[in-house]
Design a binder for this molecule. Structure first.
Ligand SMILES: Cc1cc2nc3c(=O)[nH]c(=O)nc-3n(C[C@H](O)[C@H](O)[C@H](O)COP(=O)(O)OP(=O)(O)OC[C@H]3O[C@@H](n4cnc5c(N)ncnc54)[C@H](O)[C@@H]3O)c2cc1C
Length: 241
């Protein structure tokens, strides 16, 4: 049976050269009589910068990490996945249009792993994608514009986009979407985004984590068991809630 790549393709395409120093300068500006220009131009030990940043971020002073903007090129993800991503309101997107880009032949699609590993269901899935593709083509051939013919396309149809966001929003995105309660595909995509950035900026690893790692407990109703739940934590502390 046909083998498809069902994994997101993610590339970090833009980031500032001087991320750590920029965040450090923003943090230090708030608490020093020195000018930000002087601070930025002075050589500062990396550990010293990280110590200040950790303290400032831990205190909730998060505007200091908004000065960093990063962009990712993302493809081979389903419309189901991108629909979830675009709910994040502090991100900027440019997504392949189903109005302007008319499908030619079989449209690309993503097969979820639960279906991909079941040969019988996978065959049915692929056959159904073929039927949809034929129906789409039938409408286009009958003169229906792509913007209307696309109404028959499924959530599985693959898409691509450029997504940009600041570091504060990326950390928020990681906290929500690296959680095992998030849907597998967006989790996989956000993991790749975080890994691509922390490969170049290893100091960010401690921030690009699921929310339970950030807050120390799980606030989901159904916990994966990675961290103590909020209820267990309160019970341990003898607090009634
Ligand atoms: C596991 C999971 C399941 C979900 N299930 C559903 C679902 O069933 N149905 C559904 O509709 N959605 C669902 N969502 C989407 C969710 O409701 C949010 O729309 C999405 O996660 C964006 O999160 P956000 O609003 O925190 O962040 P963003 O939009 O990324 O904004 C970042 C932060 O900015 C602030 N902010 C942004 N806009 C405003 C505003 N207008 N007013 C005040 N503060 C603002 C908030 O502090 C917010 O947390 C789900 C999300 C997850 C992670």
């Amino acid at each position: 049976m046909e083998e498809r790549n069902n994994k997101p393709i993610v590339k970090l395409i833009s980031k500032p050269e001087n991320m750590l120093k920029t965040v450090y300068t923003a943090c230090r500006t708030c608490y020093s009589a020195q000018s930000p220009v002087e601070m930025y131009e002075n050589d500062v030990d990396e550990e010293k910068m990280l110590k200040l940043i950790r303290n400032v971020v831990a205190s909730g002073h998060h505007s200091t990490i908004e000065h960093i903007q990063v962009s990712f090129a993302i493809s081979n993800v389903s419309r189901a996945c991108t629909h979830q991503l675009v709910r994040h309101r502090l991100m900027s997107f440019s997504q392949k249009s189903q109005r302007y880009v008319q499908e030619k032949g079989q449209f690309d699609y993503i097969i979820p792993p639960t279906i991909d590993r079941n040969p019988e269901l996978k065959e049915k899935f692929i056959s159904f994608m073929g039927e949809i593709s034929n129906k789409y083509q039938e409408f286009v051939d009958a003169g229906i514009p792509a913007e209307d013919a696309r109404f028959v396309l499924p959530n599985a149809a693959s898409s691509s986009l450029v997504a940009s966001l600041n570091l504060r929003e990326l950390i928020h995105l990681a906290n929500l979407r690296l959680c095992t309660r998030a849907q597998y595909e967006i989790r996989c995509m956000v993991k790749d985004m975080c890994e691509a950035l922390s490969k170049e900026e290893p100091w960010l690893k401690e921030y690009l984590v699921p929310k339970c790692e950030a807050i120390g407990f799980c606030d989901e109703h159904k916990s994966c068991g990675r961290k103590i739940t909020k209820a267990e934590l309160f019970e341990k502390a003898g607090v009634n809630c």
